[in-house]
Ligand binder design. Sequence first.
Ligand SMILES: [Zn+2]
Ligand SMILES: [Zn+2]
Ligand SMILES: [Zn+2]
Length: 266
Amino acid sequence: MLGTGTSSGVPAIGCECAVCRSADPHDRRTRPSILIDLGGPGSAAPVNGAVTAAARFVLVDTSTDLRVQALANAIRRVDAILFTHAHADHVFGIDEVRRFNAMQRSPIPIMAAPATLAEIRRTFEYIFNPPPAHGGGVPKLAPFAIGGPFSLGGWEFVPVPLLHGPLPILGFRVGPFAYLTDCNEIPAASWPLLAGVQTLVLDALRDRPHSTHFSVEQALGVVARLRPERTYFTHIAHDLAHEATCARLPAGVQLAYDGQMLEIHE
Ligand SMILES: [Zn+2]
Ligand SMILES: [Zn+2]
Ligand SMILES: [Zn+2]
């Protein structure tokens, strides 16, 4: 879990609330992102931008805090980047990918729904359409549109359509694991894609309802229906103190925290 905070991060700039002033390191949350280590040997460089079957480290979103997250978690390699959607908190670290390009001496595949790719291209035009007189120094990315399940590192990745208010976004399922951030509704057609998930990371912003994120109560409703072994809430606002919230959540459900490592077994 690279980042487990809502879009402003916790602490929020200028906020004096108890969670923002908390001394508990679990209450310090950077912007939402995860790194999936698929194990195995890791990839050779992608050939002609093709997504390599030998991918090992899969980054989900390039959060505003990607640099800090990579340093804190000693990330040395990224073989592919998946995007859930193009909101600022999930994409604004994209320029940090330059370091991975430099270390790996290759472009890095980025994969997203077509609308998300289009928005990333528009937001970061300098990357995809750099001015000719400009020197180097832009990320080297190889975009792939997600149209259905795809394979990375020998694993099947299943895109899970979610609703984030009116915006359709993607969650991802890999084996018994699913990452569902930034959502307040799981459409009917997506429930079967989640059957049998044992480790679930799920959006739960705060207790009060919100127009684009699950509240804790709504997220617990998803947990009751899916019945995973373990659930970790993410995209957490400063309303929720880690220790006090975990103490009142049911067995098998916790708030995630930055730097947390989840071991997933088939
Ligand atoms: Zn977000
Ligand atoms: Zn606060
Ligand atoms: Zn969002």
